[in-house]
Unconditional design. Structure first.
Length: 155
């Protein structure tokens, strides 16, 4: 059984690559399942954050587990342990599929850090500053929280 390349660049117009000395240095294609599996094992060993939630609905009580950093990598189980075991399998499948399709795999901790933020903060300020913020909000016909929101915006 011969190894078939995924892409045939022999028919490509090489003039478009004139500025590139070696085309292969810019093209990384996983051509066989062994290479994909080796790279997948490296990603599988990374510690991706886990979001675990107990859910009760018409179908009963169960657990939902997901890796927020891997979009769509979500599963469930009747217990925490089952959901986490299923998530481990889902992670392996997600990574293998992404690599097979040439997709990039995000590093752990990129999305979940933002998702962990509720959007609420409690901020203590001196009474004088509090009063000035209220006055400024009234001038702008805004509620205090909206005024603070605009003050925190960059630019």
């Amino acid at each position: 059984m011969s190894k078939k390349p995924r892409f045939n660049i022999e028919k490509a117009d090489s003039k478009m690559f004139n500025s590139i000395k070696d085309i292969n240095q810019h093209v990384t294609v996983l051509e066989n399942s062994i290479e994909i599996e080796e790279k997948a094992r490296l990603y599988e060993s990374l510690e991706y954050p886990i979001k675990l939630q107990k859910t009760l609905d018409d179908h009963g009580t169960y657990w939902i587990a997901e890796h927020p950093d891997l979009p769509g990598c979500i599963t469930h189980g009747g217990s925490r342990e089952e959901a986490l075991s299923n998530l481990d399998d889902a992670k392996k499948g997600w990574i293998y599929t992404a690599l097979s399709h040439g997709m990039s795999i995000p590093d752990p901790g990129t999305k979940s850090e933002i998702e962990d933020c509720s959007g609420r903060i409690l901020l203590r300020v001196p009474k004088e500053l509090h009063y000035k913020l209220i006055q400024k909000a009234r001038e702008m016909t805004l509620v205090l929280t909206k005024n603070c929101y605009f003050l925190f915006q960059p630019g």
